[in-house]
Design a binder for this molecule. Structure first.
Ligand code: ADP
Ligand code: GN1
Ligand code: MG
Length: 355
C-alpha cells in the first residue's frame, strides 16, 4: 500500500490529505493546509508519464507568458506544476505509482451537473480563450499522450473488436446498443477526413473539455482556469467545442439512468457558442463553424461508443462506481445522439445567427 504522506514528503509537503474530485481517469487528492492537488497519474492510460509531464510543463509555461502579457495572474489562470525535492516534475514510487503535485487554485468551484446558460457562456469563453492562447504554440513540441484519441473511425474499430472478443461475455445483453452504435457509424469519419484533406485545420487542442475540467470563480462565476491538461495534443477545434457541449448541453448527468431526463438544452448550446465564438472569432474558419453543431453529436457518439466498448471489455478503462455504470453512460450518450440527430439543423441555424 502506498502511503500518501510519504509521497507528499518527496515534494517537501507535510499535511493531511483526502480524496478529491470526480475524474474518471486519475486519482486526485487534496491536502488540507496548505492546499495542494496531488494526483496519481493513471499509467494504464498514460503510458509515458515523463512525456506527459513535459507536455503539461511546456503548455503551462507558454500560457503563463501570455497571461502575464495580458496582465493576468499566471498562478490562477493556468496550472502550476510543483517539483519534487529532486527537481522532477513527477515522483515515481514504482512503475504503477506515479504522482504529480499542482498548486491548488483557491476560491474556485467545478460544475458537475446543474449548470445554467450563464455557466455555459463562461465555459465557452474559457475553452475558447484556451484555444486562442495556444494558437501559436509550437506543435512539434507536443508528444501524443494517447494515440488516435479522437480518431472516431478508429474508436468504431475498437468497439467492433470489443464486440467480437466479448471478453466479459456481455455482448448478447446489449444488442440494441450495439445496433445503435453501428447504424450511426456513417458520420464517424467526417472530422478526421476533413483534417486529412486539409479542409479542417489541425490545431493544438485540449481534447477533454468536459465542464468539470474548468475552474469557475466561486464569487463571480467567471471561467478562471482550464485544467486536466493530460490530453493537450494536436487535434481539431471541433473536438473541444463538441466535447464541452456533450456534457454541458445535457439536461442530466452523463450517467443518468432515467433517460426521460436526458435532453439537449438549446439555450445552453447558444450560450456556450456565443462565449466560444467571442474568443476564437479571429482564428475560426468557416468550415469549422459549419461543423460546430455536428461536432456535439460526433463527440457524444464517440464517448458513447467508448463507454460501450469499455463495458464489453469488462470495465478496464473508465472508473466505475456501480454495476453497469459504463452501460448506463453509453445509453445516456446514445439518447443524446438520437436527439441531436433530430435537432442538428436547428442548432446549425443558431450558429448561423450568431456568426
Ligand atoms: P481527472 O483527469 O481524473 O479528471 P482532474 O485533473 O480533472 O482529474 O482533477 C479532478 C478534479 O480535481 C477537478 O474536477 C477539480 O475539481 C479538482 N482540481 C484539479 N486540479 C485542481 C487545482 N489545481 N486546483 C483546484 N482544484 C483542482
Ligand atoms: C475522461 O479524465 P476525465 O474524467 O476528465 C476521458 C474523456 C471522456 C470523459 C467522459 C483521458 O475524462 O475522454 O470524454 O472521461 N479522459 C480520458 O466523462 O480518456
Ligand atoms: Mg477531469
Amino acid at each position: 500500500m502506498i502511503q500518501l504522506n510519504e509521497i507528499l514528503q518527496k515534494f517537501n509537503v507535510d499535511s493531511t490529505i483526502s480524496e478529491y474530485g470526480n475524474g474518471h481517469i486519475n486519482d486526485t487528492y487534496c491536502t488540507e493546509k496548505p492546499r495542494f492537488i496531488l494526483q496519481k497519474i493513471n499509467v494504464n492510460v498514460f503510458k509515458n508519464p515523463d512525456e506527459l509531464m513535459e507536455n503539461i510543463v511546456n503548455v503551462t509555461d507558454f500560457l503563463k507568458k501570455k497571461i502575464i502579457q495580458n496582465y493576468g495572474n499566471p498562478e490562477r489562470e493556468t496550472l502550476t506544476v510543483l517539483k519534487t525535492l529532486d527537481g522532477g516534475y513527477c515522483y515515481k514510487a514504482d512503475k504503477e505509482n506515479v504522482f504529480r503535485l499542482y498548486k491548488f487554485i483557491d476560491d474556485t468551484i467545478t460544475i458537475e451537473n446543474s449548470k445554467t446558460a450563464k455557466d455555459l457562456y463562461q465555459a465557452g469563453k474559457g475553452f475558447g480563450k484556451f484555444q486562442r492562447m495556444l494558437d501559436d504554440f509550437p506543435v512539434e513540441k507536443l508528444h501524443e499522450t494517447i494515440k488516435d484519441f479522437h480518431d472516431t473511425p478508429k474508436r468504431v474499430e475498437q468497439l467492433k473488436k470489443a464486440i467480437e472478443e466479448d471478453r466479459a461475455g456481455r455482448a448478447s445483453l446489449v444488442s440494441a446498443e450495439i445496433d445503435f452504435a453501428l447504424k450511426n457509424a456513417a458520420f464517424a469519419d467526417k472530422v478526421v477526413k476533413g483534417i486529412e484533406s486539409g479542409t479542417i485545420p489541425l490545431r493544438v487542442t485540449h481534447n477533454d473539455t468536459k465542464i468539470n475540467n474548468i475552474l469557475f470563480d466561486k464569487f463571480g462565476g467567471e471561467a478562471i482556469c482550464v485544467i486536466d491538461l493530460d490530453t493537450v495534443m494536436p487535434g481539431s477545434m471541433l473536438y473541444d467545442f463538441g466535447d464541452a457541449l456533450r456534457m454541458g448541453g445535457s439536461t442530466a448527468a452523463e450517467d443518468e439512468t432515467d433517460l426521460s431526463k436526458v435532453h439537449f438544452d438549446k439555450e445552453c448550446f447558444t450560450a456556450f457558442a456565443k462565449g466560444f465564438l467571442k474568443e476564437v472569432k479571429d482564428i475560426v474558419t468557416p468550415a469549422e463553424k459549419e461543423l460546430f453543431a455536428f461536432s456535439v453529436k460526433l463527440m457524444t457518439y464517440e464517448c458513447g461508443i467508448r463507454f460501450l466498448a469499455d463495458y464489453l471489455n469488462g470495465d478496464t478503462y473508465f472508473k466505475i462506481h456501480r454495476e453497469n455504470h459504463n452501460l448506463d453512460r453509453a445509453r445516456n450518450q446514445f439518447a443524446l445522439v438520437d436527439e441531436l440527430n433530430r435537432i442538428e439543423p436547428e442548432l446549425n441555424g443558431i450558429i448561423k445567427e450568431l456568426s
